[in-house]
Design a protein around this ligand. Structure first.
Ligand SMILES: C[S@@+](CC[C@H](N)C(=O)[O-])C[C@H]1O[C@@H](n2cnc3c(N)ncnc32)[C@H](O)[C@@H]1O
Length: 317
């Protein structure tokens, strides 16, 4: 059926003219000419230096590297094991939570109401960002803003498990040979923890062969740290990469390079002996069992071949 005159719309004459408002203008680029982004610089701009940018780098590193994830997963498995022997919800303490509370959030999410989690950090900024994260995730975590060294000398008798993840090496010692502060820390934990409770130390350790009285001469340590840095770089790259595309690859590469740098910097700090150096596992085991302490070693396990291990001690008397 052909349309009648009544069905036809009246013809309205109009013309297409350039709009006056820039948002409405369309730029057409001929297909065979190279497209040059007008607003974007050719070189990616470095992130602005904000006061806590180091903390942010550490947080991203923790979130993305398998090196960290490996220890976290082992900690979760270990809590599950301890839970088998506990009838009550476990009361757990993390000493030196940080790096955006990654481990605390993971533990709280995994065990929900089956545990009560308290975390301690000396920086108010870290405490506040941790609180925000926990609120966003609707997780119940008690945050304590205090130096771990003073906190352990008082309120830790109520905990079934005290854990430190990459934090034991932060207990600074001016005397690398004698390690007074680390010994004092272990003493204080032992004295203040309740009988039958656990202490878990998950960290990076010096190789047993390393000459820790003369680190500058130890080439194997440098090799190990290059290996650690490469491992962090690779795993961060894959952890960050979200699909394929030049920008995504550039972002992932930048994050991965930050991780490399962080590992190498920690190696430089160890070599410069600013107090935050590692110990050997054999030293830790001996120190946990010596003098007045009677920690039993329940688990002593390497979790990779680049020096990370998890140790579980129990206060048996
Ligand atoms: C490597 S991060 C720990 C990461 C965290 N355990 C995790 O697994 O997500 C070390 C943190 O411990 C904190 N810290 C170091 N020494 C401390 C001390 N004596 N008292 C309280 N917090 C401390 C630092 O501020 C930093 O945030």
């Amino acid at each position: 059926m052909s349309p009648t005159n009544k069905d036809k719309r009246p013809y309205k004459k109009s013309s297409i003219s350039p709009s006056d408002t820039p948002e409405e203008r369309v730029t057409v680029v001929p297909i065979d000419e190279p497209v040059v982004p007008i607003d974007e610089p050719e070189e990616p701009i470095d992130e602005p230096e904000v006061p806590n940018s180091h903390e942010k780098k550490v947080a991203r590193y923790i979130a993305h590297t398998t090196v960290y994830a490996c220890l976290q997963n082992n900690l979760v498995r270990l809590i599950k094991l301890i839970q088998l022997t506990n009838t009550q919800p476990m009361n757990i303490l993390e000493l030196g939570f940080g790096g955006n509370s990654q481990t605390a959030i993971k533990v709280a999410k995994e065990f929900k109401d089956n545990i009560k989690l308290t975390v301690v950090n000396g920086s108010l900024e870290t405490i506040n960002s941790g609180k925000m994260l926990a609120e966003n995730e609707r997780l119940s975590i008690d945050f304590i803003n205090e130096n771990v060294n003073t906190y352990i000398t008082r309120g830790i008798a109520q905990f079934d498990l005290v854990y430190l993840l990459y934090n034991f090496h932060h207990i600074a010692d001016s005397d690398m040979e004698k390690k007074h502060e680390k010994k004092y820390f272990l003493d204080a934990c032992y004295e203040n923890m309740k009988v039958l409770s656990f202490l878990c130390i998950a960290d990076a350790f010096f190789p047993e062969t390393c000459d820790d009285s003369n680190l500058l001469a130890d080439e194997s340590l440098e090799e190990l740290y290059k290996q650690r840095a490469t491992e962090s770089q690779l795993s961060t790259f894959w952890g960050v990469l979200e699909g394929i595309g030049l920008q995504k690859v550039q972002d992932a590469t930048r994050e991965a390079n930050d991780s490399y740098e962080l590992e190498m910097n920690s190696f430089v700090r160890i070599k410069e002996k600013n107090g935050e150096y590692l110990v050997k596992k054999s030293w830790l085991v001996k120190a946990a069992q010596s003098d007045r302490k009677g920690f039993a070693v329940i688990i002593n396990k390497d979790v990779n071949c680049i020096g990370d291990a998890i140790l579980l001690f129990k206060k048996i008397r």
